[in-house]
Design a protein around this ligand. Structure first.
Ligand code: ZN
Length: 183
């Protein structure tokens, strides 16, 4: 931690010297930090701001993540993590998930929303699994026309062009409102 590190409730400056800026408030006497971060005393404008650190959230083995498929390769998918155990994360950490043993033609498409379980950290890469019933695709689209699909047993069917395709669907497919993650 640098010498500029502050914690919520820390008194940073007198309000006679500085005005409260971002992530601070004044109690009528002192400017006080309202978040963890680094203080930034702007001497020209006489304002104190707290720069919020970019919290890097790294999921642990056993965590359930929900993310957006960033890349699809022949034997694995790369997923940009949006939620760890239901908590949103903005650090955009990626994990990879092997798909070779699934024997499904199109396990996932880029931009699909998928639930995975973290299994290990290996050589700086986070590895995840998809082979449990609740794990898999939560949201996908038709590969041909990009329209809405519905599940039919293990397959999916496009409501627009009737294209039938395969995915590794989660048992939660179609139940959740994860569409909002795409906006
Ligand atoms: Zn279609």
């Amino acid at each position: 931690m640098s010498e500029n590190a502050v914690f919520p409730g820390d008194k940073i400056a007198s309000i006679e010297e500085y005005e409260a800026g971002y992530n601070t408030f004044d109690d009528g006497d002192m400017v006080i930090a309202s978040t963890v971060g680094e203080k930034d005393l702007n001497k020209t404008e006489r304002i104190v701001n707290i720069k919020h650190p970019k919290v890097l959230s790294i999921p642990k083995p056993g965590d359930i993540i929900v993310g957006t498929v960033a890349a699809v390769m022949s034997s694995m998918i790369a997923v940009s993590i949006d939620y760890i155990n239901g908590e949103p994360t903005t650090s955009k950490v990626e994990c990879v998930c092997g798909t070779r043993n699934l024997r499904i033609r199109n396990v996932a498409l880029v931009n699909d929303i998928v639930a995975l379980k973290i299994i290990s950290h290996l050589n700086g890469t986070i590895h995840a699994a998809i082979n449990e019933p609740e794990l898999g695709i939560l949201f996908t689209k038709c590969r041909k026309c990009g329209n809405k699909v519905v599940s039919m047993r293990d397959a999916i069917k496009c409501t627009e062009c009737s294209w039938i395709d395969e995915r590794k669907l989660s048992t939660n497919f179609g139940k959740s409102n994860f569409v909002k993650l795409r906006e």
